[in-house]
Write a protein that binds this ligand. Structure first.
Ligand code: TRH
Length: 384
């Protein structure tokens, strides 16, 4: 595709509106998309973020006091309640059903040609998604039409974010070098390396106890975050911070600093099992092609468990029923916060088979095409 078709003039940049609801996923997805549009499609991107302090966790060089700054080629703007007078781009992406500033909507309606207006939705494996992907939704008052764009697991959806250099970075990765860089203790025979990026979970003590009594050593790498207080309490400590290494019988716990997204990929590649959460880390775990456990963001009336079950059905389609049962039991126990000790042995026994399944699942996902490229292709059609 000739990106110049989308870059007729400076005002043909793309605007991405990123509302920070909670945690890091919203920024994680929008920052990843913005960087890909800039580096892989040569598109000028203006990324509006309504909470720069949270975003700084993922973009360390970001200065939350500035209204505007360019980081890694992305023009990052503070999305403030009194919205500045800013030129409207050729494409406007409202991430996660963001409500755009009224003044900006008015300006979109005045723009000629009208911008393509995209509502970039949350990821779900549920069947209804394919039927909603690309659907138009006219604005009730203004001559504007918004299109829904759904990430997803098959070609009837927008696919998933995956950078063009992902495979090359993975090939260049060395687990040994990673361990040395973190000054991890030498790898023990049969040691299982686990990464733990999760929300607070009442089942955590049960799982840690299980691992500390494990016949095989377990090295648990824990990025700084919401799980630390629960972890510290279980280990009888007043607190934990990056750099701490705690030996607890067969379990070694290493607390890691929060790193940039590329560094987080390396953590996933270094481990035998990854506990992930939300949306973006969940997708990265699938690209890592290693066994993982998904702690999905909780929703009312257990709606999140329906999403979890829908994903498991897709992910393990065609895999032995016993493996599916073992994984489903353990993931549900982890997400319900109880019963992990009972479900762990069968799940642990399936890890070698799940490791074999990883590359096949990743290959299947790659057939959908990468979300950024799919979005550019969709907008090209919508603009012209
Ligand atoms: O932070 P999250 O729990 O975000 C969630 C989800 O987005 C969810 O969909 C949304 O409803 C909720 O917020 C409000 O999990 P997620 O999506 O995995 O995002 C975490 C981001 O943090 C991801 O981009 C990876 C990144 N990360 C780093 O960059 N460095 C790190 O060291 C770690 C641990 C994570």
């Amino acid at each position: 595709m000739d990106p110049s078709a989308l870059l007729r003039a400076p005002e043909d940049h793309w605007d991405i509106f990123c509302p920070v609801v909670d945690n890091y996923g919203d920024v994680g997805v929008c920052w990843r998309l913005a960087r890909q549009l800039v580096t892989e499609h040569g598109i000028a991107v203006r990324l509006w973020i309504d909470d720069l302090s949270s975003a700084r966790r993922l973009i360390p060089s970001l200065d939350p006091s500035l209204d505007g700054q360019t980081v890694r080629g992305v023009d990052i703007r503070a999305w403030t309640s009194t919205f500045p007078d800013a030129p409207v781009g050729a494409v406007v992406i409202a991430a996660f059903a963001a409500s755009l500033p009224e003044s900006f909507l008015e300006a979109m309606a005045q723009r000629s040609p009208r911008p393509a207006w995209i509502n970039l939705e949350y990821l779900s494996a549920e069947d209804w998604v394919a039927g909603c992907h690309r659907l138009p939704s006219p604005h009730p008052r203004l001559p504007l039409v918004q299109h829904f764009f759904f990430p997803g697991l098959d070609a009837r959806t927008g696919g998933l974010l995956r950078e063009a250099d992902y495979a090359a970075r993975r090939r260049a990765f060395s687990r040994e070098a990673f361990r040395q860089a973190l000054e991890l203790p030498p790898e023990q025979p049969g040691e299982r390396m686990v990464s733990l990026f999760t929300y607070e979970n009442p089942a955590l003590p049960e799982l840690l106890e299980l691992w500390s009594k494990s016949p095989l050593p377990v090295c648990c790498l824990v990025p700084e975050g919401r799980v630390l207080p629960g972890l510290a309490a279980h280990l009888g400590l007043s607190g934990l911070r990056a750099g701490d290494k705690i030996l607890h019988e067969a379990l070694t716990v290493c607390v890691l600093p929060f790193v940039e997204q590329t560094g987080y990929d390396e953590l996933l590649w270094a481990c035998d099992l990854n506990f992930v959460r939300g949306e973006d880390s969940f997708v990265r775990a699938q690209w890592a092609e290693l066994p993982f456990v998904w702690h999905i963001y909780a929703q009312e009336e257990d709606a999140h468990l329906v999403k979890l079950q829908a994903f498991i059905t897709r992910y393990l389609d065609g895999v032995e029923p016993a493996v599916e049962l073992a994984l489903r039991d353990f993931w549900l126990a982890w997400n319900r916060g109880e019963g992990v000790a009972a479900a762990w042995p069968s799940f642990a026994a399936c890890l070698p088979l799940l490791k074999l399944h990883g590359p096949a699942w990743s290959a299947c996902l790659q057939e959908t095409g990468d979300l950024a490229a799919n979005l550019v292709r969709f907008c090209k059609v919508e603009i012209e």
